[in-house]
Design a protein around this ligand. Structure first.
Ligand code: XIL
Length: 330
């Protein structure tokens, strides 16, 4: 009988250096989003543990999962993720206290005075539960509008609590867990343009007002061939860093369905995109982490595409090699 390879060994064809070994050697975090239920799947568990030193719950630390009905909190799935991270010596990104896309319906229905209390209690209870286990919290997610009139997205929080809900959330988070870094996280503002400028202006104003905010997450949901230039991403990271902020690439994936050419050409374009963007982070001292929004094409929120580093059978794609090269500084 041929020996079974240990689950922690590299898959056939994979380089023996792992993403996390190379990233750690350069002082960076390399992360992935995960779902608790998949961690019992041996290849999923093995690759996550082998390759990454930073973990984000894809959705299981969001308000609608933790407290679907008022006053009853379930930390089970989030705890499973935090427990896996601890067992592997990984850090955890807490994601996310306030996001209009993951707010329980009972919260949306509250009158303003009750909503203010509910937000405070939610942040306090969740931050308190995870205190000491979270490297950084995404305190507010996607609060900036994509275009049009007001810079701030017209969420239920803004409608009922006013623009100050953002500053209040950061202050509540700092009070509840002084040991966690506090992040603002958004998409579509990775390079240049109106949204990037709005994110910059919001953070500049919050900092000027003494709001406790340590970093910014640039989500980086992009497509090969349709993405901000390396130069625009680098310039944006530099100006955010100049505010004193840490920068994370927080949710990277690279779609290829609309990329021209053969499948091999698409996968090569994806590799180049990953390598170029991760290299930008490696060259910016304040860019401390790159997190991918999953790692296997078997489990991606972009079903129908194949935007991640491993294929659906957990084999490394060209994109994996591109990221590894970028982490090595190439
Ligand atoms: C997505 C998850 O991937 C899905 O599984 C979930 O159903 C909805 O949220 N921006 C974010 C992430 O900040 O939380 C989102 O994650 C993707 C977009």
């Amino acid at each position: 009988m041929s020996p079974t390879p240990p689950p922690s060994g590299p898959p056939s064809g994979a380089p023996s250096d792992t993403l996390k070994a190379v990233a750690a050697g350069r002082g960076k975090l390399v992360g992935t989003a995960v779902q608790a239920g998949f961690l019992s799947d041996p290849p999923y568990n093995a690759v996550a543990g082998r390759e990454f030193n930073y973990l984000t719950a894809e959705y299981q630390m969001k308000w609608n999962v933790i407290e679907p009905s008022r006053g009853v909190r379930d930390f089970g799935p989030g705890d499973a993720i935090a427990g896996f991270a601890a067992s592997q010596g990984m850090r955890v990104k807490g994601h996310t206290f306030l996001w209009h896309g993951a707010t329980p319906s009972w919260v949306n229905a509250l009158p303003a005075d009750e909503l203010r209390v509910a937000v405070e209690q939610h942040i306090r209870a969740v931050a308190d539960h995870y205190r000491g286990r979270i490297h950084a919290w995404d305190v507010v997610n996607e609060a900036i509008a994509d275009g049009g009139g007001s810079a701030l997205r017209d969420t239920v929080f803004r409608q009922k609590l006013g623009d100050r809900y953002i500053a209040d959330a950061f202050r509540a988070a700092r009070a509840a867990d002084p040991s966690a870094l506090l992040f603002y996280n958004d998409y579509g503002g990775e390079g240049s343009g109106v949204k990037a400028d709005r994110i910059y202006a919001l953070l500049q104003e919050l900092l000027a007002n003494g709001v406790p905010i340590d970093g910014v997450g640039l989500q980086m949901h992009i497509a090969a061939g349709s993405r901000p230039s390396d130069g625009a991403i680098a310039a944006n990271m530099r100006r955010l860093a100049a505010l004193g902020l840490i920068v994370h690439i927080s949710e990277m994936d690279v779609r290829i369905n609309d990329t021209a050419g053969s499948e091999q050409m698409r996968l090569e374009a994806q590799r180049t995109t990953y390598q170029d963007v991760v290299r930008v982070c490696m060259l910016e001292p304040r860019c401390e982490a790159v997190t991918f929004w999953g790692f296997t094409d078997a489990h991606t929120w972009l079903s129908g595409d194949r935007p991640l580093l491993f294929d659906a059978r957990y084999q490394p794609k060209p994109a994996y090699d591109g990221v590894l090269e970028a982490l090595r500084g190439r």
